[in-house]
Design a protein around this ligand. Sequence first.
Ligand code: FES
Length: 165
Amino acid sequence: MNTTPARPETLDAYTREQIDLALAQYQSQPGPLLQVLHAVQQRLRYIPDAAVPIIASALNLSRAEVHGVITFYHYFRRQPPGTHIVRICQAESCQAMRTDALTEHAKKRLGIGFHETTADGRFTLEPVYCLGNCACSPAIMIDDELHGRVTPEKFDALIEEKTRA
Ligand code: FES
């Protein structure tokens, strides 16, 4: 896990505005850090390192505290993701249906590991822990689309479809 403190970087006006809107939405609630982080990621698809000091200052927390929470939860991204986010379930029911083999296949097919993005910026691969589709394990999600009983062949076909789109 990367524990490097956030580096300063410049934010464009749009990005800064989205962070401010996320803060405005949740700042006054008790213990708002996670909600703010979720809101920032929802708006920007990731949490820029430069957002850390802004969020810390607004919530009266240290930068290390904010950075620590972002790096603790793998759900939070520190880099912009690819055009399509491919999530492969790693939870119990999918494990029983060989999600490990599917995951290995997916990593080979895309040429990346978890939390990485293909060189062409098209796909980001992420683990997820239960998609609520256990009856159709192994399950994956591509963007907002849920797919069940995914074989390596089906995975390739789905990726091919997205590549052509
Ligand atoms: S365990 Fe994979 S969808 Fe529930």
